[in-house]
Design a protein around this ligand. Structure first.
Ligand SMILES: [Zn+2]
Length: 454
């Protein structure tokens, strides 16, 4: 079964389930105040791959990811544009969902909005106050972090270290620099909710505690997010849940961040900071493929070079699948064993803390084998292996073999040309080349088959 690195224990351990075969997954979602950037895209793709892989292994994943639709950043943007904050949130949420759909990300079953849970957040804050974990100041309500058992579990920092770090942003009204806001009293012209502590709004860390526990229940299996959320967000989520007597997430997963080199790139590419720029430049599969090429906990460099390299890797996969797409697999005599071994090694790699680079290495090894089988005249065996490759990549959300063009007719010509070349039918191969060129494609022969580009 799947073993994952746990940020809390710093060990790679089996993902334990309350009920065998069911995983509750909570992933912190976007604060909807601007266009999603490539870092958001990577994080969402990683949890999409995790979910798809678990489903491939027969596990049902209840995937919950929130939408933070009230926040300082939303209010500030609305103010600077002279608009209503809610209008900004609705617009940015639509933009977010559109980008996720373009990336082929499965929508979480539930995408709760923070503003729908304010009553429950007020209940939690009241309960924390009653239990002596929270106190009121002129600014709002704060959690007394030092009282929480194992505060610092995720950051692996002692309370004293944390205090030393927190002094810089010392808030005079807090009793202790490590305390954090549960309820913020409203400033003029801000959206407000009524509470026993005056009009205001809940702190960001409170919303995810309430939404995750409400929708996934006590001791849900897995809480995820980017490494930038470990502190303060996740540490402070956990602190509230534990202080209120809940069993919170059993396992914590954090993905590495995206780096974008400062080097100048072509103007038309921008610097890929927004997902839309990236998706306009390349097909969405290239970004998913790039993300899969790095381990999810490592940093990932995203720039034109790494994206283009990912696109060529993908092209090799497409080429093999196309090359054998018209071959009858039923004539195969022995590739079933190789396919089974491939599947086993793929699962082994993925089970070892979602090692997607190792899983892809197995797939590329299989592609080399399949191509050599075609070359030696055993195309049926290659087709059997290719079918397994398609299935395993599908488990990572990657559709291969469609070709470099979205045009079915063009892909058909490429497939016919590859088959003709494999059968040494050069007349047909030349005819297909001519037809592709007539449509404006430049045709290139590679060891893995035909490649086209404009
Ligand atoms: Zn969160």
């Amino acid at each position: 079964m799947l073993q994952l690195f746990d940020t809390a224990t710093q060990k790679t351990t089996e993902l334990a389930m309350r009920e065998p075969g069911v995983v509750g997954l909570y992933v912190c979602g976007p604060t909807v105040y601007g266009p999603p950037h490539v870092g958001h895209g990577r994080s969402v793709l990683i949890y999409d791959v995790l979910r798809r892989y678990l489903e491939f292994r027969g596990v049902f994943v209840q995937h919950v990811s929130n939408i933070t639709d009230i926040d300082d950043k939303i209010i500030n943007r609305a103010r600077s544009e002279g608009r209503d904050w809610h209008e900004v949130a609705v617009e940015c949420e639509a933009e977010w969902l559109a980008a996720m759909d373009r990336m082929g990300v499965l929508r979480p079953q539930q995408q709760p909005h923070a503003t729908d849970y304010v009553d429950k957040m007020i209940d939690l804050i009241a309960s924390l106050k009653e239990k002596g974990y929270a106190y009121e100041t002129s600014e709002g309500v704060y959690l007394r972090a030092a009282l929480v058992p194992e505060y610092g579990l995720l950051t692996h920092q002692s309370i004293d270290d944390r205090r030393a770090g927190a002094r810089v942003e010392l808030d005079e009204t807090k009793d202790d620099p490590i305390d954090f806001a549960l309820w913020k009293r409203a400033k003029p012209d801000e959206p407000v909710w009524h509470s026993p502590w005056g009009d205001g709004r809940p702190g960001w860390h409170t919303e995810c505690v309430v939404m995750s526990l409400s929708l996934l229940g006590e001791g849900f299996e897995l809480h995820g997010g980017g490494q930038d959320l470990i502190f303060p967000h996740h540490e402070n989520e956990r602190a509230q849940a534990v202080a209120d007597g809940h069993l919170f997430a059993r396992h914590w997963m954090h993905n590495g961040l995206v780096t974008v080199a400062g080097e100048k790139m072509s103007k038309s590419l921008g610097n890929f900071t927004t997902l839309k720029d990236l998706l306009d430049h390349d097909d969405a599969r290239s970004y998913r493929f790039l993300v899969l090429q790095a381990h999810y906990r490592s940093p990932l460099e995203v720039n034109a070079t790494t994206i283009d390299a990912a696109a060529s890797g993908l092209a090799r996969l497409d080429a093999l699948v196309r090359r054998v797409s018209r071959v009858d697999p039923s004539l195969d005599k022995g590739a079933g064993v190789q396919s089974a071994q491939l599947r086993e090694r793929f699962i082994q790699a993925m089970d070892a803390d979602l090692d997607t680079p190792a899983a892809l290495a197995e797939i590329f090894e299989a592609i080399r084998l399949a191509n050599s089988l075609v070359d030696s005249g055993d195309a049926s065996a290659a087709r059997v292996i290719s079918d397994t490759v398609v299935e395993l990549l599908g488990a990572l959300g990657l559709v291969v073999g469609q070709g470099e063009s979205a045009d079915e007719e063009v892909n058909e010509m490429i497939a016919r040309r590859d088959l003709a070349r494999a059968q040494r039918d050069f007349a047909t191969a030349d005819e297909m080349r001519a037809q592709l060129e007539a449509r404006g494609w430049t045709v290139e022969d590679t060891p893995e088959g035909t490649r086209i580009h404009r």
